[in-house]
Structure formats: structure tokens, C-alpha cells
Design a protein around this ligand. Structure first.
Ligand code: AMP
Ligand code: MG
Length: 388
């Protein structure tokens, strides 16, 4: 059994040269930025009003102010503001020369071309040129782009950016007992949940999923399906048939196809039989059939692989909290990932009967780690939760 952190290191040490493509910024949600980008313009590009009001000199003690003009967002002011003068200005408009303060409209009265300040304005209400960013400042490092990053790139005038190509991930579920949802379930059969779940996990990573359906536990059919998919995909996910049973054909079939087994069996719970292999430029995860195992192994190991493939390290979001009840286990040979939910800062382990208990994941908001050698985590201990 390989130590799971060693397996993660092996994955993170793989080197890929992902193809880079230039994509319109509006289409980059979830894509991985391929290189660090600088700010292209000062932000804001000119000193501008933060409020609707009147631009004037802060030192001006006049009783009332002559209004020179109205400056709308997008206008260039025509007048310099001198003593006893002001210009009406809208939020986002360029501050006129001479002025160093905007008195908010609600603190003023206007009549026949004159403005009177009726309440003191404590703030300048000006956002100065380059106050947020200067042209040339670092803007974004390689990362998976989120909506706010798309906003940031657009605000800097980037029409398109270089992003890593998206991996094509194939999914084959194996098991003679599996039927697709919608089909009739005969005695001994179950619905295939791993196929749709894995594709959803792939799509949540903004990668492309190609589903190859279900293959029965029969080596010839399995070999044909795997061979076909390996020729097309960057990564192939297999579910089921990977452990020690008489009908667990996945490891043997992969070997017969010339794949190199990088690891098989991890000191992890759930998911001990997990297999990782490569054939030429394609990689394969053999995931255990039990649906909780499949879910968790994807979350921890497959995600790390996909991030690596796209050129960045996986940095799972974590929060810390206090364990709401003692967690005990007899066997401490493996690193265990336990599903939990969160009540404010309290970590509540889910009542979970093992790796086939998929419905327990309905409430799961995170995973905690029970380390190798640990048999008890005491109520009240401080733990990190990896968010799902
Ligand atoms: P296996 O890894 O093939 O020994 O399967 C372990 C358990 O997971 C068995 O109870 C299988 O019936 C179940 N299982 C295998 N594949 C799937 C699947 N695609 N969806 C749901 N359960 C599955
Ligand atoms: Mg099976």
C-alpha cells in the first residue's frame, strides 16, 4: 500500500506541457490562466468622483459656489475650478483641475446656478488615478479563473488571455450488475451512479467528459473499451473491478494493453484498491466501485491530477473548526477521509456506514483527515476541514 501523500507527490511531480490557447476573456470561466499577466492600465485611469456631488477646493471657505458646468461620467471637464467655484459632477466622472474634493449632493442645496453647502462633507470622495493598480503591476498569477477574475481582466482591457487546453476525460463504469437510470432493475442489479457522478465531478473542474457507458465484467469487452478510450482521452477514469475479486479484471487488462502501473493500492480509506497507470500520453485511474470511495478519490487524487495537467497545483479550500464529537476507529493503518458537515465552526462527522453509503454524502460539506496511526480524535479538538 502506497502512502497517499506519496501518491499525491507522485501526481504533482508529473510534468506536462499543456497546450496553450488564446481565448476571449468572457469565455474563460473555469479555465486555467497559462501565464502571469500584468496590469495594462492605471486603475482608475483618471482621478474620478466616488459620489454624485460638487467638485471644489477643500480649502475654499466661500458661503456659496458658482456652478461652472455639469460633468457626466465619460465627459472631459472644460473648466478649471477656482475659488468660489464648483462643478456639478456625477459618480465616475473625471475630477476637474483645481478641485480636490467632492461634496456629496445630499449635503448641498442648489439654486439658480449657485450651490450652498448645508452640512460639512468630511471626505474627499475622490478615487485617484492608479490608486487601485498601476500599469505594470502584477495582476493575476496562473490559476483557475473565477467570475471576479474575468471582471478584473476585462477592467484591464484584456480582450483575450492565454489559457491551458482542457483535458478530455473519459469515463467507463465496469460491472455486470449495473443498469443506467431509466432502465428496468432486475434482481441483483443496481443503478450506475458512478458514471454520472464522475462526469459531474469532471465538469465541475471545467474539464471535458466523454462517457463511454458501462462494460460488463468480461475481459475482452473491457480491453476493447479501454483501448478505444485510451486512444482518445488525456485521462481515463474506470470505476469498479479494480480490487482482488475473481471478476476484478481492470489491473490485468491494463497490463495486457501495455499500460505501466504507477501505483495500485493506497493506504487510504475509503479507496484502498485505487490504481493509477499510464500508457503513452494517456493516464488512467482505476477507481473502486463503491460510490463514496469513487467520489472521495476523485476529490483528492483525480482533482490534483487535473490541476497538474492544466499547469497549476491543486490548493483545496480549507477552514478550521472544532470537532463536535469524538471520532474513534479500531484500525489505524490507513489515512481516512471522513465526510462532515459544518455548524458554524463546529465540525459534525456524518453518520456514515461505509463506502457504499452514498446518500450520507447528501449533507457532506467537507472532509476531515484521520491520520495513519490515529485511532481517536477527541471532541473539541481543532481540525482542518477540506471543503467540498
Ligand atoms: P467493485 O469495485 O467492482 O468490486 O464494486 C464495489 C461495489 O460498488 C459493488 O457493490 C458494486 O456493485 C458497486 N458499484 C460498482 N460500480 C458502481 C457504479 N458504477 N455505480 C454504483 N455502484 C457501483
Ligand atoms: Mg465490480
Amino acid at each position: 500500500m502506497l502512502n497517499p501523500d506519496a501518491a499525491l507527490k507522485m501526481i504533482n511531480d508529473l510534468s506536462f506541457a499543456p497546450e496553450v490557447e488564446q481565448v476571449p476573456v468572457a469565455e474563460t470561466l473555469g479555465r486555467v490562466l497559462a501565464e502571469a499577466l500584468p496590469a495594462r492600465v492605471d486603475s482608475p485611469p483618471f482621478s474620478k468622483a466616488a459620489m454624485d456631488g460638487y467638485a471644489l477646493r477643500s480649502s475654499d471657505q466661500a458661503d456659496r459656489f458658482r456652478i461652472l458646468e455639469m460633468i457626466a461620467a465619460g465627459d472631459v471637464p472644460e473648466n478649471r475650478v477656482a475659488a468660489g467655484q464648483c462643478s456639478k459632477i456625477m459618480t465616475g466622472a473625471m475630477v476637474p483641475e483645481g478641485a480636490d474634493k467632492i461634496v456629496r449632493v445630499e449635503f448641498t442645496r442648489e439654486s439658480e446656478g449657485w450651490m450652498t453647502v448645508v452640512e460639512p462633507e468630511p471626505y474627499e470622495n475622490i478615487i485617484y488615478r492608479g490608486e487601485n493598480l498601476r500599469a505594470g503591476d502584477p495582476l493575476l498569477e496562473p490559476k483557475m479563473l473565477r467570475a471576479q477574475d474575468i471582471g478584473v481582466l476585462s477592467s484591464q482591457g484584456y480582450p483575450s488571455v492565454p489559457v491551458a487546453a482542457v483535458p478530455l476525460v473519459g469515463v467507463i463504469t465496469t460491472g455486470s450488475e449495473l443498469r443506467a437510470p431509466g432502465q428496468q432493475l432486475d434482481p441483483g442489479q443496481i443503478y450506475d451512479s458512478n458514471g454520472p457522478q464522475l462526469c459531474a465531478q469532471v465538469e465541475a473542474m471545467h474539464a471535458r467528459c466523454r462517457s463511454y457507458g458501462t462494460v460488463p465484467d468480461e475481459p475482452k469487452q473491457l480491453a476493447a473499451a479501454i483501448e478505444g478510450a485510451l486512444g482518445e482521452c488525456d485521462l481515463l477514469l474506470l470505476s469498479g473491478g479494480v480490487s482482488m475479486g475473481d471478476l476484478d479484471f481492470v489491473p490485468g487488462v491494463l497490463k495486457s494493453l501495455g499500460a505501466e502501473i504507477l501505483f495500485h493500492k493506497l493506504a487510504v480509506k475509503p479507496g484502498k484498491p485505487t490504481l493509477f497507470a499510464r500508457k503513452e500520453r494517456s493516464f488512467v485511474f482505476g477507481l473502486p466501485g463503491n460510490p463514496v470511495s469513487t467520489f472521495i478519490i476523485f476529490e483528492v487524487f483525480v482533482k490534483a491530477f487535473l490541476f497538474r495537467w492544466m499547469g497549476i497545483a491543486s490548493t483545496p479550500r480549507q477552514v478550521s473548526g472544532t470537532l463536535a464529537q469524538t471520532v474513534k476507529r479500531r484500525d489505524a493503518e490507513r489515512l481516512e477521509y471522513r465526510p462532515v458537515r459544518l455548524e458554524k465552526r463546529r465540525i459534525v462527522p456524518l453518520s456514515y456506514h461505509g463506502s457504499s453509503h452514498l446518500s450520507a454524502l447528501r449533507e457532506a460539506e467537507g472532509l476531515i483527515r484521520v491520520e495513519i496511526g490515529t485511532t481517536r480524535l477527541e471532541e473539541g479538538s481543532e481540525l482542518d476541514v477540506r471543503l467540498l
